[in-house]
Design a protein. Structure first.
Ligand code: THU
Length: 133
C-alpha cells in the first residue's frame, strides 16, 4: 500500500489529530470495513492514565457508530523507532469484528513497513467457542 492510498491518508490524518500529551506517542488508525467504508481514529489520552483510548479502539467505535460491523483491513501508524503492533486488548477488539484473514498494515507517517494477518498477530484469541460448555 502506498502513501497516497485513501486508507493510509485517513490513518495519517488521524495520527495528526491524536491527543497524546502524556505519552508523547501519537497513533492513527483507519479501518476499511467489509462494507467498503473507511473509519479513522486516534489515541485519546487522559490525565487519569487508564482512562485513555487506543487509536484502534477509536476507529472501531467510529465503524460501529457508522453502522458497519466487519473489518477487512486496518492501517496503524505511529512514529516510533520500532514497528508498532497493536496492544493485546486491541488485538482482542480487532478479533471481535475481523476474521483470521483481516489485514493489519503497520507503519509510520512515511509508509507501511509490514502487513500481517490478524491470525498471525493473534493466533489464539478468546472466542465464542470457549464459552460453550
Ligand atoms: N497506543 C495506541 O493507540 N495503539 C497501539 O496499538 C499501541 C498504543 C497508544 C496508547 C497510548 O495513548 C500511547 O499509544 C502510548 O502507549
Amino acid at each position: 500500500m502506498n502513501t497516497s492510498h485513501p486508507l493510509f491518508t485517513a490513518a495519517l490524518q488521524a495520527f495528526h489529530q491524536a491527543y497524546a500529551p502524556y505519552s508523547g506517542f501519537p497513533v492513527g488508525a483507519a479501518i476499511l470495513s467489509s462494507e467498503g467504508r473507511i473509519y479513522a481514529g486516534c489515541n485519546v489520552e487522559n490525565i487519569s492514565y487508564p482512562c485513555g483510548s487506543c487509536a484502534e479502539q477509536s476507529a472501531i467505535s467510529a465503524m460501529i457508530t457508522g453502522g458497519d460491523r466487519h473489518i477487512q483491513e486496518i492501517v496503524i501508524l505511529a512514529d516510533g523507532k520500532d514497528l508498532i503492533t497493536p496492544c493485546g486488548a486491541c488485538l482482542q477488539r480487532l478479533n471481535e469484528f475481523g476474521t483470521p484473514e483481516t489485514l493489519v498494515h503497520l507503519g509510520t507517517p512515511q509508509g507501511i513497513q509490514k502487513t500481517l494477518s490478524l491470525a498471525q498477530l493473534l493466533p489464539f484469541g478468546f472466542n465464542d467457542k470457549a464459552l460453550r460448555k
